[in-house]
Design a protein around this ligand. Structure first.
Ligand SMILES: *Cc1c(COP(=O)(O)O)cnc(C)c1O
Length: 373
């Protein structure tokens, strides 16, 4: 017979819910643009100002009509198109649901507890999230004067535990680019067993500055630790569909594929990316508008006394320090969202003339108010 007196001692009361891994609670949060009402113009996420072209929409429509079927396992048609366009073997390419997903798969395959990943800071805010999620330790190397990667310090931060170094060129959010000599120089200094990830999300906008597509791809031959990361989210204007890829040594690529969820790239994103690649006219119009706007917008901001670095991307960086929050608020008051980083600065996307004009009105109001609060 059971009675209360003979029951085993009470266990500690069980948690009411499953607990996530401890590191999950300490992950940085990917910031969103501020403001409570949807802005009239968006200059906060480096999206394209152009809607998809007719050719891309037609491809999306055709793919949507077959979406009861699974996509190809590895994004095969996109990989084939990229292989032809870039002049690399299909085995060197891994496509996925945005370059962030591909980066996460790379980190899953090559890093983990006990390893370190070096990157510049400030750089892309997704890096610390993905690195920590992989269980690795992030090593953030402060930017050098001029808002540029401090390559000597980054090479110096490599230890026996380093599994990867991430370079971002153009750097998000500062827009600065790495030259060909700089990319070659850091590759020469990083040991061959350490990955060097070159995130070229904004490559298409560089307009001749920095390491070109052909230059960086050619480096793959001599450097089997180099991984080039690219996306359809920015110049190709498909941010909402999620398509990106990496190019690397075939064995690196094979490991990333092995670490990827099956069917990672959805069929509609894949069809849109293939069509966007082929639509060189739409890409050209986008790039011309961004480069022209970047020049005039940079000049307009500089003429107001703001010091800002030259940008190789579709955004400009306003390093206003403690004025970041108030400048963001002033822009929101003019109906345009921008991305502020507390105490550091504000990043503004270029491309829409209306958005640029609204930002300038915001800047003027902010300056008239003393450039603070
Ligand atoms: C926008 C951006 C990406 C793109 O990520 P997707 O997942 O392809 O949308 C990658 N790296 C940097 C630095 C970016 O700014």
């Amino acid at each position: 017979m059971h009675d209360a007196g003979t029951l085993a001692p009470a266990r500690p009361s069980p948690a009411t819910r499953p607990a996530p891994r401890e590191l999950v609670a300490s992950l940085p949060v990917y910031s969103k643009a501020g403001g409570t009402v949807p802005p009239r113009w968006r200059a906060s996420s480096n999206e394209s100002f152009l809607p998809p072209s007719a050719a891309v929409l037609a491809a999306i429509d055709a793919a949507a009509r077959r979406c009861q079927q699974y996509p190809t396992l590895q994004g095969d048609p996109l990989v084939a198109a990229l292989s032809r366009g870039l002049g690399v073997d299909e085995g060197q390419i891994v496509a996925g649901a945005g370059s962030l997903a591909v980066l996460q798969q790379l980190l899953t395959a090559f890093t983990g507890p006990g390893t370190e990943v070096v990157f510049a800071w400030r750089s892309y805010e997704a890096y610390p999230i993905l690195v920590r999620l992989a269980g690795a330790r992030d090593v953030q190397v402060p930017l050098a004067p001029g808002h540029r990667h401090d390559l000597a310090a980054m090479a110096g931060a490599v230890t026996d535990a380093t599994a990867a170094v991430i370079l971002c060129s153009p750097n998000n959010p500062t827009g600065t680019v790495l030259t060909e000599a700089e990319v070659e120089g850091i590759l020469a200094r990083i040991p061959a067993h350490v990955l060097v990830v070159l995130d070229q999300a904004y490559l298409e906008f560089t307009d001749g500055a920095g390491s070109s597509s052909a230059h960086s791809l050619a480096l793959l031959e001599a450097h089997s630790n180099l991984v080039i990361l690219r996306t359809f989210s920015k110049a190709y204007g498909l941010a909402g569909l999620r398509a990106g890829y990496l190019v690397a040594h075939p064995e690196i690529a094979a490991a990333v594929r092995a670490a990827s969820p099956p069917f990672g790239l959805n069929a509609i994103a894949e069809a849109a990316a293939v069509a966007a690649l082929a639509d060189t006219g739409a890409l050209g119009r986008n790039l011309a508008t961004v480069v022209e706007g970047r020049t005039s917008f940079h000049a307009a901001l500089a003429s107001r006394g703001l010091e800002l670095p030259a940008s190789g991307a579709n955004f400009l960086w306003l390093p206003v320090g403690q004025g970041a929050a108030s400048l963001e608020a002033a822009c929101l008051a003019e109906g345009v969202s921008v991305r502020s980083f507390a105490g550091e600065g504000v990043r503004v996307t270029v491309g829409s003339r209306d958005a640029e004009a609204a930002v300038l009105r915001g800047v003027d109001a902010w300056l008239a108010g003393g450039g603070k609060i």
